[in-house]
Design a protein around this ligand. Structure first.
Ligand SMILES: Nc1ncnc2c1ncn2[C@@H]1O[C@H](COP(=O)(O)OP(=O)(O)O)[C@@H](O)[C@H]1O
Ligand SMILES: [Mg+2]
Length: 372
C-alpha cells in the first residue's frame, strides 16, 4: 500500500468518559473532565480552547505520554488506553524547527525508521515513497536551513508520515511563528493532510487557525467539551455563551420577555419584538441572552428630527469608529448597553464619526437566543 492510499475505515479514535487528574500542591486538578469524542477516518479535528482547558493533556493521553485516570481510548475499535506510545500507530508532528539541523532532508525522514532497525533497502523505499508523495524529492540532499518555512513544515510532516501512522497528532505546531508564516504553514498542513487522507487531531488556542484547518472543531473549557461542530456550525450556531464569545466577537443583549417556541423564541430586543433562532439548551435555562454578531448589526444615521426612540431598532451614539480598510468597526452607546457593529466594504462618504447619532438594528434571523 502506498503512503497515499489509505484504508477507508482507518484512523477512528474514540475517547470514552476520559478523565485525567493531576496531584498538585493544592489538591487534585481535574485537567480533563470526562470527555467523549469520536473522529471519522480522514478527518482533521481541532481541540480549541483557552490556555489550561486540557487540550494538551487530552492529546498526550491519545499519544500515550499520559495515562488516563479513568476512561478509555480506542483506535479502530482496539483498546489502546494502556499502550506505550511506540505501540500506537500514531505520530506526533512537532514544529518544523525541531528538524535535526545537521541532517539532510533524507536523513531527517529516515531517522525514525533507522531507530526501528529496519533494513537499509526497506528504509530507502519508504523514504523515497514519502518524499515523492510530498513533493520533496528534489530537496532530499539539502539541510533544513536551505528550505523555506513551508518546505520545512512538509519535511516535519514527512518525518511523521514515514512511520505509517493511522493518526497524526499536532500540539500548537505553529505557535512560535510570525503571523504570515503561520498562515502559509497551516495551509501546507491542511493540503498534505487532505492529500494523504489521514486522520489528524490538532491542538490550538487560535480560533482563526481552527476555523481555517478543521473539518470539525471541539471547543473545550475547564477540561470539558462545550461543543463539537463544523467551523460553520460553531460560528453560526453556538450553543453556549462561552463558545459564542470564544469564536469571533459577540454582542450579548438582554432578550426582554422570552417566549420559547421549539427551536425559536420571541424576544423583545432593541425596542422591537422579533422571533429569533434559539439554541437547544434554551428551554432548560432560567435566564438568557441574545447573541448578535457585529457584522449582523445594521447602523443608519438617525433622522435629525426623528422620534427619541426609532420605530425599528434603537437610537444610539457612536463612541468610536475604527477604519480597517475592508471594514469599519463602530462602538455604539445605546440604553441597551454598548453595541459593536462592523460594516464591511464601507463607502468612504458614509463612514460615521464619533458623536454621530444613529439607529441600530439587526435582522431577526441573525439573532440567536442562548442560555445565560
Ligand atoms: N503534569 C502536570 N502536573 C500537574 N498539573 C498539570 C500537568 N499538566 C497539566 N496540568 C494542568 O492541567 C490543566 C490543563 O493543562 P493543559 O492540558 O496543558 O492545557 P492546555 O493545553 O489546554 O493549555 C492545567 O490546569 C494545567 O496546569
Ligand atoms: Mg497546551
Amino acid at each position: 500500500m502506498s503512503i497515499t492510499e489509505r484504508h477507508h475505515d482507518s484512523g477512528r479514535i474514540r475517547l470514552v468518559n476520559l478523565v485525567k487528574e493531576f496531584e498538585g500542591r493544592d489538591g487534585l486538578t481535574r485537567a480533563v473532565d470526562s470527555i467523549n469524542l469520536e473522529t471519522r477516518p480522514g478527518e482533521l479535528v481541532t481541540l480549541l480552547g483557552p490556555s489550561g482547558c486540557g487540550k494538551t493533556t487530552t492529546l498526550r493521553m491519545v499519544a500515550g505520554f499520559e495515562t488516563p485516570t479513568s476512561g478509555e481510548i480506542t483506535l479502530d475499535g482496539a483498546d489502546v488506553t494502556r499502550l506505550t506510545p511506540d505501540k500506537r500507530p500514531m505520530s506526533m508532528v512537532f514544529q518544523s524547527y525541531a528538524l535535526f539541523p545537521h541532517l539532510s532532508v533524507y536523513d531527517n525522514v529516515a531517522y525514525g525508521l533507522r531507530l526501528r532497525k529496519m533494513d537499509k533497502a526497506a528504509i530507502d523505499e519508504a523514504v523515497q515513497s514519502v518524499l515523492t508523495s510530498m513533493d520533496l524529492v528534489k530537496f532530499a540532499k539539502r539541510a533544513p536551513n536551505q528550505l523555506s518555512g513551508g518546505q520545512q513544515q512538509r519535511v516535519a510532516l514527512a518525518r511523521a508520515m514515514v512511520m505509517r501512522p493511522k493518526v497524526l497528532l499536532f500540539d500548537e505546531p505553529l505557535s512560535n511563528l510570525d503571523a504570515k508564516l503561520r498562515v502559509q504553514m497551516r495551509s501546507e498542513i491542511r493540503s498534505v493532510q487532505q492529500r494523504l487522507g489521514i486522520t489528524a487531531l490538532y491542538v490550538t488556542h487560535d480560533q482563526d487557525e481552527a476555523m481555517a484547518l478543521s473539518d470539525r472543531i471541539v471547543v473545550m473549557n475547564h477540561g470539558r467539551i462545550e461543543q463539537v461542530g463544523t467551523p460553520d456550525e460553531i460560528y453560526r450556531s453556538p450553543e453556549t455563551v462561552f463558545v459564542a464569545d470564544f469564536i469571533g466577537s459577540a454582542n450579548f443583549l438582554d432578550p426582554g420577555h422570552v417566549t420559547l417556541l421549539d427551536d425559536r423564541a420571541r424576544v423583545d430586543v432593541l425596542g422591537t419584538q422579533r422571533e429569533i433562532p434559539a439554541a437547544p439548551g434554551s428551554a432548560e435555562a432560567s435566564s438568557h441572552v441574545v447573541l448578535v454578531r457585529p457584522e449582523s448589526v445594521v447602523v443608519r444615521p438617525a433622522q435629525a428630527d426623528g422620534p427619541e426612540e426609532s420605530v425599528h431598532g434603537r437610537r444610539g451614539r457612536i463612541l468610536s469608529a475604527v477604519f480597517y480598510g475592508s471594514l469599519v468597526e463602530y462602538e455604539i452607546d445605546t440604553d441597551a448597553g454598548t453595541i459593536v457593529a462592523e460594516v464591511s466594504d464601507p463607502n468612504p462618504d458614509e463612514v460615521l464619526a464619533e458623536g454621530d447619532v444613529v439607529d441600530v438594528d439587526f435582522p431577526a434571523s441573525r439573532g440567536r437566543l442562548l442560555p445565560a
